[in-house]
Design a protein around this ligand. Structure first.
Ligand SMILES: *Cc1c(COP(=O)(O)O)cnc(C)c1O
Length: 354
C-alpha cells in the first residue's frame, strides 16, 4: 500500500559520528502522506528527500497551522534497531492535531510508514554511544488561501536526521534562566500541543537567557508568573528533600513522553514522585533551607539534562554544587539502559525494527 520510490543518487554518509551535531544532516528518503477534504489521507509514499514547493499564499506560511513530533531510533550493540514508545508519539500527534483543527492520521499507518522508511534508511542509524537517528514527523496546512480558516488540505511528512549527543558538553549540567516577564503558553492556549507558534513565542526568552549566560529558559505560568511550568523543549523535575516533584499537567505544559517514562521508572524503583503545582517561591525556599537536592529536565533530545544553576530575578541558585545528582544519574542510566536494551524493559516501551 505504501509506494516506494528510491533515490537514484545516494548521499555520502557522515564519516565521523563524533561530529554529527543535531538536526543539520538528513537522510536520502522521506515519507509523505497527503490530505484533501472529501478524500481524506491518501497516497502514502516513501520518496527521495526533496524540497517542498508551495504557493506563497499557502496557509502554513501565514497562520502556522502545523504540528510536529520528535522521537529516536537507536542502534544497539548487537546491531538491532530499536524505537522507544513510538506509538505514544503518534497518539500525541493526534492530540496536537485535535487542538489545531488538523485531521487525525491513522496511527497504524503512520507507524507502518515509519518502519518502512527506517528499513530503507537503516544504514543511516549511527552506532556510537549517545548517537541515534532523530525522527521528525510533521503536518502542515497546504491550502493556498489568505483567509484565516481551517485548511482543506495537508501534508504529513517524516524526515530523519542522524544526531550526536544533544548537548556538546555531554551530561554537564545546564544553567537555566527563570523567565518572569514573558510567557510561553496560557491555559486554554496551545501549550499542550507540539505546534510551531509555541516555539516562536519562546525565542525571546532564549535570547534573554543567552545574554545572562544561560542555555535554557524555565517558564512560569501565564496568569501569575508564580508556578513552574517547563523548559523550552523539556519538562522539569526537582528533587526536594529526597522526593521527586514535577509540575502536574496543567493544560499549558507539553505532556512529555520522557516525563511520563521518568515518573513510571522512578516509581518502579520505589522512589516517591509527586505531580503537583510547584511555585518558584517553594523552589527558592527549598534552596535556602538546603533541601533542593537536584533539578533536571526531560525530553527526547537529551533524555535527562541535569540543571546546575537556576537564575531567578537577582538570585543565582547553584544546585548540587553544579554537578549531576544521584537521582538524575539513576534516571539517565535507567532510561538510556532500557532504550539501548542494556537493561530489561518491564514496561514494553522498546519496539524492535524487523
Ligand atoms: C517535545 C517537548 C517536550 C518533551 O517531550 P518528549 O516527549 O519527552 O520528547 C517538552 N516540552 C516541550 C515544549 C516540547 O516541545
Amino acid at each position: 500500500m505504501i509506494t516506494i520510490i528510491k533515490s537514484k543518487e545516494l548521499k555520502e554518509k557522515p564519516a565521523d559520528e563524533s561530529k554529527l551535531g543535531f538536526g543539520r544532516i538528513f537522510t536520502d528518503h522521506m515519507f509523505t502522506l497527503k490530505y484533501e477534504q472529501g478524500k481524506g489521507w491518501h497516497d502514502p509514499t516513501i520518496q527521495p528527500y526533496s524540497k517542498i514547493e508551495m504557493d506563497p499564499s499557502t496557509s502554513i506560511l501565514h497562520y502556522g497551522q502545523t504540528i510536529f513530533e520528535g522521537l529516536k531510533a537507536y542502534r544497539v550493540k548487537d546491531g538491532r534497531i530499536l524505537l522507544f514508545r513510538p506509538r505514544d508519539n503518534f497518539l500525541r500527534l493526534n492530540r496536537s492535531a485535535d487542538r489545531m483543527c488538523i485531521p487525525n492520521v491513522d496511527v497504524d499507518l503512520a507507524l507502518e510508514g515509519l518502519f518502512e522508511l527506517l528499513k530503507v534508511e537503516k544504514d543511516w542509524v549511527p552506532s556510537s554511544k549517545g548517537t541515534s537517528l532523530y525522527i521528525r514527523p510533521t503536518i502542515i496546512a497546504t491550502e493556498p488561501y489568505l483567509g484565516v480558516h481551517v485548511s482543506t488540505s495537508y501534508l504529513f511528512y517524516m524526515i530523519l536526521s542522524p544526531v550526536g549527543a544533544y548537548y556538546s558538553t555531554g551530561l554537564k549540567p545546564v544553567s537555566i534562566y527563570v523567565e518572569d516577564q514573558y510567557v510561553r503558553a496560557a491555559k486554554g492556549g496551545t501549550g499542550e500541543a507540539k505546534t510551531a507558534g509555541n516555539y516562536a513565542a519562546s525565542l525571546i526568552g532564549s535570547k534573554k537567557a543567552e545574554q545572562l549566560g544561560c542555555s535554557q529558559v524555565l517558564w512560569l505560568d501565564a496568569a501569575e508568573r508564580k508556578y513552574v511550568e517547563e523548559v523550552g523543549a523539556m519538562n522539569i523535575f526537582f528533587v526536594i528533600d529526597g522526593v521527586i516533584v514535577t509540575p502536574a499537567l496543567s493544560g499549558s505544559i507539553l505532556p512529555g513522553i520522557t516525563r511520563d517514562s521518568v515518573i513510571k521508572y522512578a516509581r518502579f524503583k520505589g522512589l516517591e514522585v509527586q505531580e503537583c503545582a510547584i511555585s518558584i517561591d517553594e523552589v527558592e525556599e527549598a534552596y535556602e533551607k538546603g533541601k533542593l537536592d537536584e533539578a533536571f529536565g526531560t525530553g527526547t533530545a537529551a533524555v535527562i539534562s541535569p540543571v546546575g544553576v537556576l537564575k531567578y530575578k537577582d538570585k543565582t541558585m547553584v544546585i548540587n554544587n553544579g554537578e549531576m545528582g544521584k537521582i538524575s544519574a539513576m534516571m539517565y542510566d535507567g532510561l538510556t539502559g532500557i532504550q539501548n536494551a542494556e537493561l530489561p524493559d518491564p514496561f514494553g516501551w522498546v519496539i524492535e525494527l524487523k
